[in-house]
Design a protein around this ligand. Sequence first.
Ligand code: HXC
Length: 521
Amino acid sequence: MQTTAITKLSPTEILEKKNAEALLAGGQNRIDAQHKKGKLTARERIELLLDEGSFEEIGKFVVHRSKDFGLDKEHYLGDSVVTGYGTIHGRLVYVFSQDFTVFGGSLSMAHAEKVCRIMDLAMKNGAPLIGLNDSGGARIQEGVVSLAGYADIFYRNTQASGLIPQLSAIMGPCAGGAVYSPAITDFIFMVENTSYMFVTGPNVVKTVTHEEVSSEDLGGASVHSSKSGVAHLSTPNEVACISELKRVLRYIPQNCEEIAPVYPYTSSGQETRESLNSIVPENPNQPYDIREVIEQVVDESSFMEIHKDYAENIIVGFGLLAGRSIGIVANQPAHLAGCLDINASKKAARFVRFCDAFNVPLLVFEDVPGFLPGTEQEWNGIISNGAKLLYAFCEATVPRITVITRKAYGGAYDVMNSKHIGADMNYAWPSAEIAVMGAKGAAEIIFRKEILSAENPEAKLQEKVDEYSQKFANPYKAAQRGYIDEVIVPDQTRQKLIKAFKMLENKVVNAPRKKHGNIPL
Ligand code: HXC
């Protein structure tokens, strides 16, 4: 489509015509094709995302400057991205939305400049950046100029990291090096069946490795939300995706200098939660769903789980406690007995670092029998990956509270926000077992000779297990040392936490001056 011929029109008419032309982007046929694929257009997405009437567009008439391969004859007002600012729940956000109807949303230098412009504004003004991605990647006709445009964005993503929240939604293709912009951002949301992310597509995969794989199986929403962990949330359609984007913003501040919004909360005066008393089974080897604990402790229906289908042995997510946002990290005894493994450590470490960067206090529920044993874990680096979580907790300066519901064994006891690595308050339920290892394993090692030489080894083992349990499989040894601040009845947990987080509200930590640490990446 050519830009508007401006003869015989009044200045206002010219503007109106240009505005109409920009709104039509790549043309009605391409808009229809987009809808046929079950996808919304870039502008429709923005409309759904922002508070009604709040969108202010920037760079609506920008066009690409490419002259090769006939591009000098093909211009679309705004090029292949819509950029600007608006509000969500009344709070300022900056947004870019790639327009697949214009050159398949591909990134020209003009496109990159528009994105960079709002990234700069977002950083200067301290407000979240939301990217809606739907692009065929580098504008092939522009060559290296397009690659430069990507790098300009990656650089800003990194500058913005930890300064303002950055959220990415993948709503179509996102391939090649283009994936690295969302990858640097804090959270990636994907739409099932219409979005995919990969560094090399199915054709290249086939040529190089002879594997036959579809785009969906290689890099669709379900793969990235369960196998690779690249996506934090997978949603059935675009409307649900945008609604989840808006939801997560409720729990996070505008920037690293602020705290998350505080919501009105009137206590009914009754904060005990009796159902908590019966969630942990009497048999220490029986699983239970830690989500039940979380849901009883936080304000009603406020728990928003992140990364739900990845590393299910650890749960992370946001919740409200008496109207205030908290980040929750919890071992999940219902999956792999709640063991820490490589993926769980990476998942939780990244979440802890997000919360710490953006002043969201951390609440940890602990029921962990230890690190997952095995060659697969060792060969793939459970040592350096487990250290990520340890490091993330050690360096976090936000208020940090731990509640041990059952097992806290071995190195995992130290890692899961123990007092020794800087937690502010550590509670344990009476069912807590804080020890180097489980009673049976411990008895088998330290009383091995005695058990083997006994007349009835089984009875001897049981006697020693009972002896060890009595001594260590409880919270009282740790409480004697002050490693546990208080042993609490489960139904008191919510009120204890409300008071303790209030007490920690003005926590200040003066960390030693340095450039930055060296987290074991
Ligand atoms: C220019 C592009 C384009 C691109 C698509 N189009 N990708 N134009 N540069 N990268 C155009 C098409 O020519 C077409 O124009 C329109 O967008 C829609 O594309 P279709 O192919 O008709 O759509 P669809 O069938 O849905 O397929 C979408 C697609 C496919 C899978 C994304 O277009 C495709 O494979 N594109 C190329 C992807 C690619 O190789 N990109 C470079 C990756 S390397 P018309 O005029 O017909 O509507 C890269 C490096 C980044 O990105 C590095 C950063 C460090």
